[in-house]
Design a binder for this molecule. Structure first.
Ligand code: ATP
Ligand code: MG
Ligand code: MG
Length: 545
């Protein structure tokens, strides 16, 4: 079903459909380079491309843009496939690799040489840069630009046969060295690189450039809309030039603004740096904006889909507030997550009117809005733990939790009254002595969470803050990098006290610790009877006040 307000890409497609242009059936793709793990920006592109295919009854391809042998690995291919699947995008049997097109791309290059539209160039990389010119200065023709076709064919064949060292020659498209768009100044189509490719092995020692590969791969697959980010806007004339020069199916390239988020970085190169320099524990560190990291943090497929839907598609770059992402997961988990009680920073309470060894079974709903979720039992014992900051000795009037002589409700259990405050020699509060009243009808203003001191499960709980200490970590003065803006307090690991039922918490489950946030049972570090909890997100601040 189509939403009422249409984004600019939908408007383009609608117009094409109305004009019966370009579209028997719309066909999109997601074209990652397997040189790292996917991040939330990629999720945006996946949801967009897959979403359009779904919406218009079209097709969606997953294609690995694997033309750069030195940076690509099978590990990345596997993780990308898993993450795309997890995000709900189904490529069915349409999984492709640009490297499968190497033969075709080579044949087309020969065709361009024969048509006088490509030539072998002997300039070094430095010379080429110099000849290219600048935005304000036109480039100069390569001395090799007018090589005869037969000589070009022979040299290109020798490049392919491995007769020349890396970097000694290139194949270039012959377009226009004076073009205002630098991408059209005889761009490189092939480089010599004697490198092992993760799929084609040592078959090739010449590799096609991104610009020469991308559009042709789209064309081979019958893509109708090649949707990419704005950096490629000024590559579009080149994209179009290759399709026209080869006389092949010509997809339409459409650019949209890439997703940027506050308090993090979002380029594979930088994320890789965080991993290799061990600023994080790996690509799946829950502080990372990678899909792996978000998954391990406790983000759900639905929350990321909703986030991508909500931020929409823009034509201008901007930075989205991280709070949008957190809101999306809260909304989803509010419905899905069962509730539990946990105390992070304990203060002991003795319920003086309970016998030592006495246990009262308290029935608590697993989900307050969903009776079908059932009930669980919490043991109430003479000694319990509450959150230290739920007690205040000199409490202001509006403090509705516990104070000397005051009353507060223990979640699901009843009401306690603070009769006595016990302190150590230094004057620190060490315990409270209270009386317990099982009354459920009487009204008191505040409700706090608690666990049985004797029966609580001690477990590792990881609390996260933003990866970076500032909103725009890449905004740095000379001599600094985003590394200088990492948040030293982004991870806090504590031993918390949990209701005993959580001993069997299954790795990969979402749980709301009431008043504290949504937590995810860590699928990596949890062991039987020893769950580890990652805080996915806090609850809305207003909740705890
Ligand atoms: P990075 O700069 O993070 O390494 P990339 O563009 O080099 O990203 P690719 O693997 O080439 O990574 O990207 C695959 C697809 O994902 C491309 O179509 C790209 O435009 C899109 N994409 C990458 N980053 C973002 C982003 N932040 N927002 C939206 N789409 C993105
Ligand atoms: Mg790329
Ligand atoms: Mg990149």
């Amino acid at each position: 079903e189509k939403p009422a307000s249409r984004n600019f890409i939908e408007q383009i497609i609608d117009a094409d459909l109305a004009a019966a242009k370009n579209v028997d059936q719309i066909h999109t793709r997601f074209p990652p380079e397997p040189n790292g793990y996917l991040h939330i920006g990629h999720a945006k592109s996946i949801c967009l491309n897959y979403g359009l295919a779904q919406q218009y009854g079209g097709k969606f391809n997953l294609r690995f843009d694997d033309t750069n042998p030195t940076r690509e690995e099978q590990e990345y291919v596997d993780s990308i496939m898993d993450d795309v699947r997890w995000l709900g995008a189904n490529w069915e049997d349409r999984l492709f690799f640009a490297s499968d097109y190497f033969e075709q791309l080579h044949d087309w290059a020969v065709k361009l040489i024969k048509a006088g539209k490509a030539f072998v160039c002997d300039l070094t990389a430095d010379e080429m840069r110099e000849y290219r010119g600048t935005l304000v200065k036109p480039g100069k023709n390569s001395p090799d630009r007018d090589r005869r076709v037969d000589e070009n064919l022979e040299l290109f064949a020798k490049m392919k046969a491995g007769e020349f060292p890396d970097g000694s020659r290139t194949l270039r498209a012959k377009i226009d060295m004076a073009a205002p768009n630098i991408n059209l100044r005889d761009p490189v189509m092939y480089r010599i690189k004697h490198a092992h490719h993760h799929r084609t092995g040592d078959t090739w020692c010449i590799y096609p450039s991104y610009d020469y590969t991308h559009g042709q791969s789209d064309s081979i697959e019958g893509i109708t809309y090649s949707i990419c980010t704005l950096e490629f806007e000024n590559h579009r004339p080149l994209y179009d030039w290759f399709c026209e020069a080869l006389g092949i199916h010509h997809p339409r390239q459409i650019e949209f603004a890439r997703l940027n988020l506050t308090y993090t970085v979002m380029s594979k190169r930088k994320l890789l740096q965080l991993v290799t320099e061990k600023h994080v524990s790996g690509w799946d560190d829950p502080r990372m904006p990678t899909i792996r990291g978000l998954r391990r943090r406790g983000y759900t497929t639905e929350s990321i889909q909703a986030f991508c839907e909500r931020i929409g598609v823009a034509k201008f770059n901007s930075t989205i507030d991280m709070a949008w992402l957190e809101d999306a997961v809260r909304e989803d988990l509010n419905e899905k997550a069962f509730r539990a009680l946990a105390v992070l920073n304990p203060l002991k309470i003795v319920l003086t009117n309970l016998e030592p060894g006495q246990t009262i079974d308290i029935e608590a709903p697993n989900h307050p809005q969903n009776p079908e979720a059932g009930m669980r039992t919490l043991p109430l014992t003479r000694e319990i733990l509450i959150e230290a900051d739920d007690f205040m000795e000199d409490a202001p009037k509006k403090f509705f939790r516990l104070r000397p002589g005051g009353e507060v409700r223990l979640r699901c259990a009843g009401i306690i009254k603070c009769d006595e405050v016990v302190k150590d020699a230094a004057g620190n509060v060490t315990e409270l002595r209270c009386t317990f009243d099982p009354d459920h009808a009487r009204k008191v203003k505040g409700t706090i969470h608690w666990v049985s001191a004797a029966r609580a499960l001690s477990a590792e709980v990881r609390l996260y803050d933003h990866l970076c200490a500032v909103e725009n970590p890449e905004d740095v003065p000379e001599g600094k990098t985003f590394i200088d803006n990492l948040n030293p307090n982004s991870l806090q690991s504590i031993t918390a006290h949990l209701e005993p039922s959580l001993v069997d918490a299954i790795p990969g489950t979402h749980i709301q610790f009431e008043r504290l946030g949504y937590f995810f049972v860590d699928p990596v570090d949890s062991t039987p009877n020893k769950p580890v909890f990652n805080r996915t997100a806090t609850l809305r601040d207003s909740w705890t006040k």
